[in-house]
Ligand binder design. Structure first.
Ligand SMILES: [Zn+2]
Length: 472
C-alpha cells in the first residue's frame, strides 16, 4: 500500500427549532424525556463526542444555529469543543474545524446578497467560537454552484468538501484535493470524500461496530483498490449525529478509530487543512453546478418533486411563496432604511455582531446611521433587522428535505415566514405577503388535513394577537 492518510469529517447540525416569538424550543414530539430534539441529540451525540475528545480527532463543522443553542444551554461543552480544536491548532498551525453558512440554506437557490450574508455570518460565528478565521467551509447539503465558491473565496475561505459525483469526471481520483478555476482567479480547493466508505459508515451499522475491523475489512481493501502513484488521502464524510444518535455508542468507535486503530496500521491521521499545508495541489477539477450530497437529482429535492420524493408537489409552491415573500420584505427593508442607514445590506451583514452578543442593536444601528435617529426610527430598523433574520432562517433546507408538508421542519419555516411578515407589518403598516399567500393554496399534506395557506395565515394571526396582547 502507498503512503496513506485518512480523515473523518462530521457535519454536526440541527435545523432551527426555536419558536420565533419566545426564542425557546417547545417540547417536540418524539424527543421523549429530553423535551426537544436538540437536547436529546446533545445527550446522545454532542456531549459524548466531546467527552471522548473527538473534536480534536476528526474534521468537523458545527452549524451556527446549533452552536447558538448549545452556547445557551450547555456553554461548558462549547468551551470543551473549542479547547479540543485549540490543541490541534497549537500543535499543527491549522484547524480541524470548518465553518458553515449561518443558516443551512441551499446556497445555489439563494440570492447573491443572501449568499454573502450567510457566508459572512458563518465566518463571524466561527471566529467567535474558535478565536481565529476559518480556512474551510462546509456547504449545506454540499449544494454547490460556482457563485457560492466565489463568494466564499472573497471572504478568505480556501476549501470545501464535496461528494465525488459533484465532479464532471465520474472516474475522478478522490484521494487528493483539486484546484477549482474561479472566474475571479482566487485560490480555491475541493476535497472529495470516499463515497463507498462514507456510505458504509452511514448506512451499514456492522461496519462501525469495531474500529480495528473497520480498518482491516473496509479501509485497507478500499485503499488497496485505488490504483494511483501518489500518496493517498481518503476521507469519510457523514452527518455528525451518526456517532451516538443515529447509531448508539459510535462516538467510541470514532475515538478509537482515530486514536489507535488507523495509526497502528501505518496510515496517518489527517485533516484537510493540514494536507494543504504539507502538499502542493497539482490538478484542477471541473465541477457540476447545482449538485449536492443528498439528492441524486441535483438540488431538485429543495424546490420541486424529484425521484427522492416523487409526490411532494407542495415543495414548489412553498419555495415560490417564500421567494416572493423574501423579495417583498427586502423591498420594505431597503425602502425604509435607505435614507437612515448608509448601506442597509452592509447593516444586515454586520447584524451578526448583535447575534453573537458583541454589540447592542442600538450601537450597531447608530454606527451605520446617516443621522441622529429618533426612537421611532431606531425601533423600525431593529424590527426590520429581526424580520430579515427570520426571512433568511425560513429557507433552512430541512423544510424541503422530507416527503410531506406536515413535518415540524416545514412548519417551523412557515412560522419564521409568518414572524418575518408580521414584523414587517408591525413596523411599516404594510403586509408583505399581499397576493403571494395564494400560491400556498397549492401546498397540501398527503397524510393530514394541513394546507400551506391556512397554516401560514394561522401563524400570522396568532403573531398579530400576541403583538396586540403585548401592547396592552
Ligand atoms: Zn432527489
Amino acid at each position: 500500500m502507498l503512503k496513506s492518510s485518512f480523515c473523518v469529517h462530521g457535519h454536526f447540525y440541527q435545523p432551527p427549532r426555536e419558536d420565533p416569538f419566545t426564542g425557546e424550543i417547545p417540547n417536540e414530539y418524539g424527543a421523549g424525556r429530553f423535551g426537544n430534539w436538540c437536547e436529546r441529540i446533545y445527550q446522545e451525540c454532542y456531549l459524548p463526542n466531546a467527552q471522548v475528545g473527538n473534536f480534536q480527532k476528526i474534521s468537523y463543522n458545527i452549524g451556527p444555529t446549533l452552536f447558538a443553542w448549545m452556547e445557551k444551554k450547555h456553554p461548558e461543552t462549547v468551551r470543551a469543543i473549542a479547547e479540543q480544536e485549540k490543541q490541534v491548532f497549537q500543535r499543527t498551525g491549522i484547524s480541524n474545524a470548518m465553518a458553515q453558512p449561518y443558516f443551512h440554506n441551499i446556497l445555489p437557490l439563494a440570492s447573491e446578497r443572501d449568499k454573502n450574508t450567510l457566508i459572512l455570518w458563518g465566518i463571524k460565528d466561527y471566529t467567535k467560537r474558535f478565536g481565529h478565521a476559518p480556512q474551510g467551509m462546509w456547504l449545506p447539503e454540499t449544494a454547490m454552484d460556482l457563485a457560492s465558491l466565489e463568494a466564499m473565496a472573497v471572504y478568505g475561505i480556501q476549501f470545501t468538501i464535496l461528494a465525488p459525483w459533484q465532479a464532471k469526471d465520474p472516474r475522478l481520483d478522490t484521494t487528493q484535493p483539486y484546484r477549482v478555476a474561479l472566474a475571479s482567479g482566487k485560490e480555491f480547493y475541493v476535497f472529495f470524500y470516499n463515497s463507498f466508505l462514507s456510505g458504509e459508515v452511514s448506512f451499514n451499522p456492522s461496519s462501525t461496530e469495531n474500529a480495528d475491523t473497520f480498518v482491516r475489512d473496509w479501509l485497507i481493501p478500499q485503499l488497496d483498490s485505488i490504483k494511483v502513484d501518489h500518496e493517498l488521502f481518503s476521507m469519510v464524510a457523514s452527518d455528525g449525529e451518526l456517532y451516538g444518535h443515529h447509531q448508539p455508542f459510535r462516538e467510541r468507535f470514532l475515538s478509537y478509530l482515530l486514536d489507535g486503530a488507523v495509526e497502528k496500521t501505518g496510515i496517518e491521521r489527517q485533516f484537510p487543512a493540514l494536507w494543504l499545508k504539507e502538499h502542493a495541489v497539482e490538478h484542477s477539477v471541473e465541477l457540476l453546478e447545482n449538485t449536492s450530497w443528498s439528492c441524486h437529482h441535483g438540488i431538485e429535492r429543495w424546490r420541486n418533486v424529484c425521484g427522492d420524493a416523487p409526490s411532494a408537489t407542495w415543495k414548489k409552491p412553498v419555495r415560490e411563496f417564500m421567494n416572493r415573500l423574501a423579495d417583498s420584505i427586502d423591498r420594505e427593508f431597503e425602502t425604509h432604511l435607505q435614507n437612515l442607514i448608509r448601506d442597509p445590506w452592509e447593516l444586515r451583514n454586520a447584524y451578526v455582531e448583535v447575534l453573537l452578543g458583541e454589540k447592542s442593536v442600538e450601537d450597531l444601528v447608530a454606527d451605520h446611521a446617516t443621522q441622529d435617529l429618533t426612537p421611532g426610527q431606531r425601533s423600525l430598523i431593529r424590527i426590520l433587522l429581526e424580520a430579515e433574520y427570520d426571512r433568511m432562517r425560513m429557507f433552512a433546507s430541512d423544510a424541503w428535505f422530507y416527503f410531506d408538508l406536515d413535518r415540524i421542519e416545514l412548519l417551523n419555516s412557515l412560522k419564521y415566514a409568518a414572524h418575518a411578515a408580521g414584523l414587517v407589518e408591525q413596523a411599516t403598516g404594510h403586509n408583505p405577503t399581499d397576493e403571494a399567500v395564494k400560491i400556498l393554496t397549492q401546498a397540501h399534506s398527503e397524510v393530514s388535513s394541513l394546507s400551506g395557506d391556512i397554516t401560514f395565515l394561522g401563524y400570522l394571526k396568532s403573531f398579530e394577537m400576541k403583538i396586540e396582547q403585548n401592547s396592552h
